[in-house]
Design a protein around this ligand. Structure first.
Ligand SMILES: Cc1cc2nc3c(=O)[nH]c(=O)nc-3n(C[C@H](O)[C@H](O)[C@H](O)COP(=O)(O)O)c2cc1C
Length: 483
């Protein structure tokens, strides 16, 4: 039996796809200090925003490039997910339905495939020659604590007492030529592995992939189950394993086609002030904090390397669209897995960073069905972190349409009975409201808004005053020019 060839997660192959879709724009001469971030931020707010490939960045050699906005359209996102290219958002969501569950089930079959070498080893810096300042690390936002070399990155780490390799997206602040800071929120898989090493007084090996096929950070940036390696999950999407080379220093697996990789160790007790940083919910949360320092001992990079940047900011931002699509799909699967019947659709709104304002539409089957769906949406594995509002609506409401959702909230709820509050839920120190809580740890409170018609009064609830679907279709057909 022949083994499949594998996939090195080469970004350049995907860039050609994006170009052929007409969705890649070249930008020359921008300054990595603030300008590049602001251009990307403004770009993503326009309709049909392209991905941006920055070259000739002020003060850096031609060819040292930065890509942003890679996942921000249905066509680009569907191509990254290896689905038939969909230019319409609703079509993409339809195509994605049930896929994450399938990918997760298939993942164990796709262990990464070790290969001898790959383009990532075209250039190697070692020991005292390490200098990450040759790469353009952007200062993305005006009030950031410094330049961030890692945003759309994949941080590869290994468990202390098992073979579990984790790949997570955690921001990476560039401190100096051979030190970076790693912001892993407590509870994230990388943070759990780090804590185990620190408790044992052992250095924590890290390989930071600064740029590869955007499928890399798309998946390392979502909640893949505890104990599962993201490379396996990516392999299931590709239908072939990820080709990896071994880091010379740590032996950690690195995509063979990666653009830049920083390899080194976090040493016990070595932490440093990190941040602040403009976040996905649209704020600089609080002051700077402390983060583990990675001392970099090897740098591998391709000729003319490309950093994949994905700067967060007030939504819509660089990755809020892809997060909304991916998390909505994961939440849908989680509700089904928890046994909630008749779930029509789910939407994790970009305005809440795809975490803080989520809506599920159900067809009510029994008393308590709506609350069950709302509580699980708010508390399931993929949904609990930083969730704030879960809204449950009937199936006549499109959960991705805020106008309709808020109409249901305004007209189908009695606040006294239809809002449940969960206290001391899973929050975050990065929550902009954290400053106002009286907690000593990152708890938050959560509201479940049951905006379904009251189940025990369905038979007498007033009819919606809107032209019926049939009448609308007839009128649209006859009065085409008007609509
Ligand atoms: C562009 C981007 C940046 C992110 N930055 C961070 C970060 O700095 N710290 C963090 O803990 N999570 C961050 N996340 C969210 C995590 O990647 C996400 O929760 C992921 O599930 C973490 O991987 P893990 O489940 O293996 O821990 C970021 C996600 C994206 C897409």
């Amino acid at each position: 039996m022949t083994r499949p060839a594998g996939n090195p997660l080469d970004l350049r192959a995907w860039l050609e796809t994006a170009r052929s879709l007409g969705e890649l724009k070249d930008v020359k001469g921008a300054d990595a200090k603030l300008e590049l971030g602001a251009i990307s931020e403004l770009n993503v707010k326009i309709d049909a925003a392209p991905a941006l490939l920055f070259d000739e960045i002020k003060g850096y050699p031609k060819g040292f490039r930065i890509l942003t906005c890679s996942t921000a359209s249905p066509a680009r996102l569907s191509s990254i997910l290896r689905l038939p290219v969909e230019r319409l958002h609703h079509e993409l969501v339809q195509k994605l339905r049930g896929r994450p569950k399938g990918w997760q089930a298939e993942a164990p079959k796709y262990d990464p495939l070790p290969v001898e070498t790959g383009p990532v080893f075209e250039n190697i810096q070692s020991g005292k020659d390490v200098d990450i300042n040759i790469f353009p690390s952007p200062l993305w936002h005006e009030k950031d604590g410094g330049p961030y070399i890692g945003t759309g990155c994949c941080v590869v780490t290994k468990d202390f007492d098992s073979d579990w390799v984790n790949v997570g997206t955690y921001r990476v602040q560039a401190f100096d030529k051979n030190h970076v800071g790693l912001d892993m929120i407590p509870g994230k898989h990388g943070a759990i592995q780090y804590d185990k090493h620190m408790k044992a007084g052992k250095p924590f090996p890290v390989a930071i992939v600064i740029g590869c096929d955007p499928l890399g950070y798309l998946i390392s940036g979502i909640e893949v189950p505890f104990g599962m390696c993201e490379y396996n999950y990516i392999g299931a999407i590709l239908g072939e394993p990820v080709q990896v080379v071994q880091g010379e220093l740590t032996g950690l697996p690195i995509p063979a086609g990666a653009e830049i990789v920083l390899e080194g160790y976090c040493h016990p007790g070595d932490v440093k002030t990190e941040g602040p940083f403009g976040e996905f919910h649209g704020y600089y949360p609080g002051k700077e904090g402390k983060a583990p320092v990675v001392t970099i001992e090897r740098v591998y990079y391709r000729n003319d390397p490309i950093i994949v940047g994905s700067p967060p900011a007030k939504p819509p931002n660089d990755y809020s669209y892809s997060k909304a699509v991916m998390r909505s799909s994961l939440l849908f699967d989680a509700l089904l897995a928890a046994g909630v019947p008749d779930v029509h659709s789910v939407w994790a709104h970009e305005i809440g960073g795809a975490r803080m304002f989520n809506v599920v539409a159900i067809r009510q089957r029994y008393a308590g069905h709506a609350r069950q769906a709302g509580h699980i949406l708010n508390q399931c594995g993929v949904g609990a972190y930083m969730s704030r509002y879960s809204v449950v609506v009937d199936e006549d409401i499109d959960p991705s349409n805020l106008q309709e959702v808020m109409w249901a909230v305004a007209t189908r709820t009695d606040p006294e009975t239809d809002i449940d509050i969960i206290k001391r839920g899973m929050g975050s120190k990065n929550d902009p409201m954290f400053v106002a809580y009286r907690y000593n740890a990152p708890f938050n409170s959560k509201a479940i808004i049951d905006a379904c018609r009251p189940y025990d009064h369905l038979h007498e609830f007033p009819e919606v005053a809107e032209a019926s679907k049939e009448l609308q279709a007839k009128v649209r057909e006859k009065w085409k020019d008007l609509f």
